[in-house]
Ligand binder design. Structure first.
Ligand code: ATP
Ligand code: MG
Length: 296
């Protein structure tokens, strides 16, 4: 059997990249190029299996209508968030799935607290909600670019040097609340190297059908790479918890990134031990319905 499909290997893989306690976490301990020596074709085969398993689990999740799932994807540009979401979720029934992309906030959103737009877009029970970026941007892009914070209409006395620590504390509290409401929260940081990002940007410029993905601002953001890495590290340290783990996923090889994400989701949803709901009708009622259909 291929290594990638072995249970023991899958467990080791997840342990390697899951962060359930943030204290002491260091981003530099995760190598973006890592593939755990897997062969690409084995990883692709295992991903296909993962996609099928997730499809089955999602049906149960939906039928049972008790738990909800929130998947958060964060990354630097071109790390492969969109492709990972597309591939990992490709087997899932679109009716049980909701995707939200968090862009720069609108004027209306800026006139509210930062979790306001999140609350409006949380998944229903029985559904999988996917956040393509999230409220974490409030401690990432906003932290790296002080003018964005200045545009947030906050009372000046509340903008102190503790603001990032406070935001992260609020995020952790929000996630604990949400977990206690019956939501599984999994957070993925796709950890791409600066060099691999450069290559991907170049291919967006070289290949006409990829041109649309390229924005000039993306190149400018590279100048802030180290500040972003520091901000990500603080965010992961402050908010990794057993009920809301981070997965810091090596992202220089897309096929590996997708496998780790898929395995993490499948393992966590399997851990919910979902059950099909009890049939609404008693066996006698089912028999009566069958009889009635035979007559009709
Ligand atoms: P792609 O990889 O295709 O570029 P993307 O997720 O970067 O996808 P974009 O439309 O390029 O999508 O970017 C959304 C932008 O919105 C990001 O630069 C992000 O930092 C920014 N953004 C998200 N949330 C906030 C926020 N709360 N405040 C300010 N900017 C934000
Ligand atoms: Mg972008």
């Amino acid at each position: 059997m291929a290594k990638a499909t072995g249970k023991a290997f899958r467990k080791t893989m997840l342990q390697q990249f899951a962060v359930t306690r943030g204290k002491g976490f260091r981003l530099r301990d995760v190598d973006p190029r890592d593939t755990l020596d897997l062969a690409e074709k084995d990883a692709r085969a295992a991903l296909e299996q993962g996609v099928r398993r997730l499809a089955g689990l999602q049906e149960k999740l939906y039928a049972q209508d008790r738990w909800g799932v929130l998947l958060i994807f964060q990354a630097m540009d071109a790390a492969g968030k969109d492709g990972a979401i597309e591939h990992v979720m490709s087997g899932v029934n679109p009716q049980g799935c909701q995707v939200f992309s968090f862009k720069a906030p609108s004027a209306e959103e800026l006139d509210h607290d930062f979790l306001w737009r999140t609350s409006k877009n949380l998944p229903e029970r029985g559904r999988i909600g996917i956040f393509n970026r999230s409220y974490y941007e409030e401690t990432l892009v906003v932290r790296v670019h002080p003018p964005i914070l200045a545009g947030q209409h906050l009372p000046t006395e509340l903008v102190t040097k503790s603001i990032w620590e406070e935001r992260l504390e609020d995020i952790a509290a929000f996630e604990r609340y949400f977990a206690r409401q019956g939501y599984l929260i999994l957070k993925f940081f796709l950890h791409v190297s600066k060099e691999e990002q450069r290559k991907r940007f170049l291919s967006r410029l070289d290949e006409p059908e990829k041109n649309w993905k390229f924005a000039l601002g993306d190149v400018r953001e590279r100048e802030h790479w180290d500040a972003y890495m520091k901000a990500y590290e603080s965010a992961i340290r402050a908010t990794a918890a057993p009920h809301a783990p981070w997965f810091v996923v090596p992202a220089d090889h897309k096929w590996f990134t997708r496998l780790v994400i898929s395995e993490a989701i499948v393992a966590a949803v399997e851990g919910l031990e979902l059950a099909w709901p009890e049939p609404a009708l008693a066996p006698a009622d089912l028999a009566a319905a069958r009889k009635a259909l035979a007559r009709a």
